[in-house]
Design a protein around this ligand. Structure first.
Ligand code: URA
Length: 232
């Protein structure tokens, strides 16, 4: 790939900045000073910027504990977006599915477009477990209704598992990710969701993360997600 793309992906500098840095002689690859932004390097080339090594990562995979108040969008003129919490210079990251602005919890973020697509389309392999607080009274047959599937205007929900915690809280595990799905399922039961947190996404949990924090996925976790994606 071109050295200017290598550096634009892995540093905060724009291609224009990089051109200037190259002119100053600040960039080297495998011991040779780089003269032009179009010079080709390998992903594993030993690139340095002001003598500091810059390592290339083609794909990045993050698990974030999304806080309420943040949008799953790349940019918004009014509200903060989840990418503001992420310390990555890549401009090609996207969320795998969405959580509502008022929802919290496990959110996968990657620039691996293939995996993102596979995880969304292979939806019935990807369980998502939500912790839900609600107002109203759950009907006695709520678990059966959710397990049978609910007919909505544009889809019928696949079997979902309800575990009631107490009168006003429960876990719900679903495998699709339709717009406002959990809220709509509870509304169908005559209840209103007052707090929503996704505790698990494809078995990835929030363990070890505080709200607003994120971590990079381990290689085995990425491999397992790829298997799920390919299982479709
Ligand atoms: N279901 C919802 O209603 N909202 C979310 O953010 C995720 C699932």
């Amino acid at each position: 790939m071109r050295i200017d793309k290598f550096l634009a992906d892995m540093t905060p500098y724009s291609r224009n900045d990089i051109k200037k840095l190259i002119r100053k002689g600040a960039v080297a690859a495998d011991g040779q000073i780089i003269k032009s932004g179009s010079q080709q390097v390998e992903e594993d080339s030993e690139v340095t910027l002001f003598d500091e090594p810059v390592v290339y990562r083609r794909y990045e995979y993050y698990l974030m504990y999304k806080p309420a108040g943040y949008l799953c969008a790349n940019y918004d003129s009014r509200d903060p977006v989840v990418f503001e919490l992420l310390d990555s210079f890549r401009r090609d990251l996207s969320c795998v599915g969405r959580l509502d602005k008022d929802a919290e919890g496990a959110l996968l973020i990657t620039n691996d477009g293939m995996l993102n697509h596979q995880l969304l389309t292979a939806s019935h392999h990807v369980d998502k477990k939500y912790y839900v607080e609600f107002t109203g009274e759950l009907p006695a047959d709520a678990a059966e209704v959710l397990a049978r599937g609910i007919v909505f205007k544009e889809f019928t929900s696949l079997p979902a598992q309800l575990e009631v915690i107490d009168e006003h809280s429960a876990f719900l595990t679903i495998c699709e990710g339709r717009f406002h799905q959990v809220k709509r399922m509870f509304a169908h039961l005559g209840c209103e969701v007052s707090y929503l947190r996704r505790d698990e996404f494809a078995s990835l949990t929030l363990d070890g993360l505080e709200c607003g924090e994120y971590r990079m996925l381990e290689e085995e976790e990425v491999a397992r997600l790829k298997q799920l994606g390919e299982a479709e």
